[in-house]
Design a protein around this ligand. Structure first.
Ligand code: DGL
Length: 268
């Protein structure tokens, strides 16, 4: 269990989780695997999402001898965690929308969940709300367009604020005081979302909780591991043939030393 942390998402959303992991574990190698060939996940059939994610993650985890897998995607975590845990013997950490802290924090007992269309309709999400937010009104908002806005932002495009305001219109009209960002792409748009919604609505995501859990699970590995003098290795692997030039430069700026298609990294 000494290899890198494998972080997985459909696109760039998992980088919001990677950022939090880096704050608590700045010196552990990371492999960021993103399934951009099939983005957005919020629109995929459940069976297609499950089969694709499980085989991708298992293959990559074995290939790099991962120490831990972080499914940095709410849409996938609502479906694949039990199957992954059966297939891999390393720890698997998923992302759960921050419904529990939001319900505790909301003064009006009125919260919202902004996630992908897939996440808001899953039984997993319904059960989470029943278990932790029973005393709150919980409004559900699903959007894949926001996912694509976040993708465009990281690839260097200016965020279309008029479009964002339109997409967030129903939230502005609601009287909720706490909004859960239940898709890992959305913290990337947090400054713009805040600009549209104003400061009276608190925004919550699960990034820090996931990072703390990873640090806890890796504590023994990290204590026994010596990297010598070499730098921490960050590599990004994607499933499509290519990525936008702007995104490639951004990943390099973020410290990724390799950004390559999965087809070129597979063992024959
Ligand atoms: N970042 C993902 C999530 O947390 C998936 C977004 C998508 O591909 O629709 O749900």
């Amino acid at each position: 269990m000494s290899g890198p942390i494998l972080i997985f998402d459909s696109g760039i959303g998992g980088l919001s989780i990677l950022d939090e992991i880096r704050k608590v574990i700045p010196d552990h190698d990371c492999c960021y695997l993103f399934d951009n060939a099939r983005l957005p996940y919020g629109e995929l059939e459940e069976s297609e999402l499950i089969t694709g994610c499980v085989s991708l993650i298992c293959e990559q985890a074995k290939q790099i001898n991962a120490a831990i897998v972080v499914v940095a995607c709410n849409s996938a975590s609502t479906l694949v965690l039990p199957i992954l845990r059966k297939q891999l013997s390393i720890p698997i950490v998923g992302v759960v929308p921050a419904i529990k802290p939001a319900a505790k924090m909301s003064k009006q007992r009125h919260i919202g969940l902004l996630a992908t269309p897939g996440t808001i309709k899953r039984p997993y999400t319904k059960e989470l709300i029943e278990a932790f937010a029973e005393e709150c009104r919980v409004d559900l908002f699903g959007s894949s367009e926001l996912v694509m806005l976040a993708e465009a932002k990281l690839a260097g495009a200016r965020v279309d604020m008029a479009k964002l305001a339109l997409l967030l219109g129903p939230i502005r009209e609601s009287a909720l005081d706490t909004l859960v960002l239940g898709c890992t792409h959305f913290p990337i748009l947090a400054p713009e979302i805040r600009q549209v919604l104003g400061n009276h609505i608190a925004l919550l995501d699960s990034g820090k909780a996931v990072a703390d859990r990873v640090a806890y699970l890796l504590v023994d590995v990290r204590a026994s591991k010596s990297k010598g003098n070499r730098d921490t290795d960050y590599r990004a692997v994607y499933t499509a043939d290519d990525i936008a030039l702007g995104l490639r430069s951004r990943l390099v700026e973020e410290g990724f030393t390799k950004v390559e298609p999965r087809s070129s990294t597979r063992l024959s």
